[in-house]
Design a protein around this ligand. Structure first.
Ligand code: ADP
Ligand code: ASP
Ligand code: MG
Length: 836
């Protein structure tokens, strides 16, 4: 065979090699239409091989379409005629596009096939049923057509090419373990065929074969990979290349885990397990013919021919314990349960025998060590049969009460972790369970193959995508991923969003943490995004037209199927806080600087704690006190290490700290308030600061953290706003503010006279009494020497008694508050396994 100039020589083949026989298998996506056929031909022609055997699938979707035609015709649905026309037109169109004027003969051939098909479909309508033989015959037509198309195209290019209908040589038999090849007969038939067809290039139909009686057969859905391996064996090939639409075998299905990584090499065993448990990229039976002959299988990308792909051989490369993860959907769990099972030998055998007799194949079996129950995972379609078989087999035991029930649970998937390196590596199962537990995935049954190459868990199918992503991240195969919603993009919220965006690349790169912003909601509008907002969130949010709906946010996050969900509430709204118990119960972490929950009604606070404890979701609110300062975490550490709190004292308001730091009598108090307001140190209405309620809320939060059942109403609050100024708008209040100056001047003078200073102080004493208000402090008191808006919190405890523990620093401002919230979010992520 002549060497063609290679447009993209494959890297691994740069070295000159002796000419060999190589089998190439192209899947449906690789031969979806005329353009792809051309691409495949070009790829084949660029290779220099002694014998080049190409096994092709049907054009993409054709097998499905053929099966659909059969079902419709058998079911009396006249719609099949239109679809039949469509399918014929698709093939004719491809022939014309490939062969142009030379397509006449092929078109005639195609018409003949499709006319025959039509006659069969008509007959199915008459019978009103679909005999197995007929289905086997019809569903293989796609391969027969695509092989002919590729063969004719190669011939039209001047290549000496033969087309082999596998049904002329390949003889198989159906068995319990799938389709097995009659090697001897097939080899003899192929030798006969080859004597007549000695061309160096052969195009072979995938998927199809005949049984020993000469009837049409197929190798099962996705079976062209298996055809590839069979023909590689029959042709004694040096390698089998399976060409598909991804770069090889990936660590998980890329449609579910977009971050899945390509695997350079796999052992046959690993590939078998992955394929058996649902990695659709290669059919599970493909490896068997290769194993016997030590034939390397290379899975590679038709659209990226220079990529080396995944090499599957007998070799076991050193690597992490888990190579890949798979999901098998559409399963059910049948559970045989009874106290009478304990210690009774042979029960498992009886279960297997009963299922086998009912022709139910068991995907997975797991038995509790107490032997109280035996649980089998079977295909959904066979679940009822399985249940009936067990009810029958154990009728006596059920009757006398030795077995209580045979339960059926549908809608189950099995997640399997696969890797040769798992054997002898402790902790793999624990890591898997931990990842799933953190993602709130309930495990229904567990099985570990004795080869220790596979751990499988049965889970609810609704959890499957989330579980796969969580496990994938759990083994460091992809980042820990969070879907994050930010509520309240005001001062703090907007700053947090900016900080989040700036930190994202670093978190992803260094900490393997992927925080995806999936929702932003203000009180009026919201923006929902499944994949995570990138780029300018302000512009995206400004363009969002959806009215805000708090009730939809949780559902939206859940709909992303990401393993971890978090809502960051940067609003100050009690309505948002009222949602926390529901969110936490649903396993959504809540992080907030909003004091409404921490200082709200005790019943709601208890509901939040209970919900978090029950689901394992975290509720973090460090930024509610002292913004970014570690106030709550310090208190927690003290208490968790067994210290005992005697009192808390401090200045919790940056606004009030600034006002009294500055208030020395040189300017009236009202003027300072005006100044603070224009510097942005106060709330829009300064009365929210001056009333002291905000400080009281913070004290309530700390008191509760210390285990006291305190409510906001229990705090004695001295408001700095006199009764007469409490009503009316802000402007009116600011205009009348000088009315308070005289009283403040008096209090200052009084304090000064005693050598003291005025500070607005919060206090919780040992008896649990709480108060906030203006107090006189000695001029050398720690609280007298704060800078600007600094907060200070002083914990007096059994250990820190003479010399209390003090946390001090900037306690307000959007930057530090947002950073406090962000740090909380990262702590939640670390708790879920992020490497921070
Ligand atoms: P072909 O038509 O070439 O036989 P398939 O659709 O049968 O292709 O198989 C390839 C597809 O398998 C990929 O496009 C991918 O979506 C899916 N897939 C599922 N699991 C994996 C995995 N672990 N690695 C790679 N691909 C996978
Ligand atoms: N065409 C067959 C199917 O869709 C076989 C294959 O493509 O592997 O199942
Ligand atoms: Mg396939």
């Amino acid at each position: 065979m002549s060497a063609q100039p290679s447009p993209q020589p494959a890297a691994s083949e740069a070295e000159p090699q002796p000419l060999r026989t190589v089998v190439h298998k192209f899947g449906g996506t690789s031969v979806a239409d005329a353009e792809r056929f051309r691409h495949v031909a070009q790829l084949l022609l660029a290779r220099d091989e002694r014998e080049q055997i190409t096994v092709v699938s049907a054009m993409k979707g054709v097998t499905d379409a053929l099966i659909d035609l059969c079902n419709r015709a058998a079911g009396g649905d006249a719609e099949w005629r239109d679809r039949w026309h469509g399918l014929r037109a698709r093939h004719r169109g491809a022939a014309v596009a490939l062969l142009g004027e030379a397509s006449g003969q092929v078109l005639e051939w195609l018409d003949e096939r499709f006319d025959k098909l039509k006659a069969i479909l008509d007959a199915l309508g008459v019978i009103g049923g679909l005999p197995h033989d007929v289905l086997e015959r019809v569903q293989g037509l796609g391969e027969v057509c695509s092989a002919r198309l590729l063969g004719e195209y190669l011939r039209a290019k001047g290549e000496d090419t033969a087309v082999l209908d596998a049904r002329d040589v390949l003889v198989v038999e159906r068995s319990d373990l799938g389709v097995v090849v009659d090697w001897e007969t097939s080899a003899a038939k192929l030798a006969g065929w080859r004597a007549q067809n000695p061309q160096p290039r052969v195009v072979v139909t995938g998927f199809v074969a005949r049984d020993r009686q000469g009837r049409f057969a197929t190798l099962g859905r996705n079976g062209s990979d298996y055809s590839g391996a069979i023909f590689a064996a029959l042709f004694n090939a040096a390698e089998l290349h399976i060409w598909t639409d991804v770069d090889g075998v990936l660590s998980a299905d890329p449609r579910v885990v977009p971050e899945a990584v390509q695997l350079g090499a796999l052992s046959y065993d690993e590939a078998c397990e992955l394929a058996y448990f649902g990695a659709k990229v290669v059919h599970p039976q493909t490896m068997a013919p290769a194993i016997e002959r030590g034939l390397p299988i290379i899975i590679r990308n038709t659209f990226q021919p220079e990529h080396p792909g995944t090499r599957i051989t007998a070799e076991r490369g050193p690597s992490g314990p888990v190579k890949g993860l798979t999901l098998s959907p559409d399963l059910a769990v049948v559970n045989l349960e009874g106290t009478g099972l304990i210690g009774v030998p042979g029960t498992a055998e009886r279960v297997f025998a009963a299922l086998r007799d009912a022709r139910v194949s068991v995907v997975m079996i797991s038995q509790g060590s107490s032997e109280h129950s035996i649980c089998c995972v079977v295909k959904s379609g066979e679940a009822k049969q399985a249940q009936a078989a067990l009810l029958g087999a154990f009728a006596h035991e059920l009757h006398i009460g030795q077995i209580q029930r045979v339960q059926l649970r549908d809608g189950v998937s099995v997640l399997a972790a696969v890797g040769d390196g798992m054997a002898g590596t402790p902790g793999v199962a624990a890591r898997l369970f931990e990842s799933l537990g953190r993602a709130q995935v309930n495990i229904l049954a567990i099985a570990q193959g004795s080869s220790e190459r596979n751990i499988s868990v049965a889970i609810d199918s609704g959890d499957a995508a989330k579980a796969l992503r969580a496990a994938h991240a759990g083994f460091w195969l992809s980042p820990q991923t969070f879907a994050v919603a930010v509520i309240g993009p005001g001062n703090v919220g907007a700053t947090l969003l900016d900080q989040l965006r700036a930190a994202q690349p670093q978190l992803l790169g260094k900490a393997n943490l992927d925080l995806r912003l999936c929702a932003i909601a203000s009180s009026r509008r919201m923006l929902l995004d499944d994949r995570g907002l990138t780029g300018d969130w302000r512009a995206a949010f400004a363009a969002a037209g959806q009215p805000s709906d708090l009730d939809r946010i949780a559902g939206h996050l859940e709909g992303t199927h990401l393993p971890h969900l978090a809502i960051v509430d940067c609003s100050a709204s009690p309505e948002v806080a009222a949602r926390y118990p529901g969110w936490l119960a649903a396993g959504i972490h809540v992080v907030t600087p909003n004091k409404q929950a921490g200082a709200g009604a005790l019943a709601q606070y208890a509901a939040i704690r209970d919900a978090a404890a029950a689901s394992g979701a975290r509720f973090r609110y460090e930024a509610t006190v002292g913004a970014g300062l570690p106030v709550i975490s310090t208190l927690r550490d003290l208490l968790d290490t067994g210290d005992e709190l005697l009192s808390i004292e401090g200045i919790f308001s940056g606004t009030l700290a600034w006002l009294f730091n500055r208030f020395d009598g040189s300017v009236p108090f009202s003027q300072l308030v005006g100044e603070a307001r224009s510097l942005g140190y106060t709330e829009p209405d300064p009365r929210d600061d001056l009333s002291g309620v905000d400080v009281a809320r913070k004290l309530t939060i700390l008191a509760r953290e210390a285990g006291r059942d305190l409510s906001l109403e229990d705090v004695r609050v001295e408001s700095l706003v006199p009764e007469s100024l409490r009503g009316g708008g802000v402007d009116g209040f600011m205009a009348r503010l000088p009315e308070i100056d005289a009283a403040f001047a008096d209090r200052l003078a009084q304090a000064k006279a005693g050598g003291k200073v005025l500070r607005y102080v919060a206090k919780l004493d040992a008896a649990g009494k709480a108060s906030v208000g203006l107090v006189e402090l000695p001029a050398d008191h720690a609280f007298a020497h704060l800078r600007l808006t600094d907060n200070i919190v002083q914990f007096t405890t059994r250990r820190y008694n003479e010399n209390p523990l003090i946390v001090q620093g900037p306690g307000a401002g959007p930057e530090v508050t947002a950073a406090g919230v962000f740090a909380d979010l990262l702590r939640v992520a670390a708790g879920q396994g992020a490497k921070l």
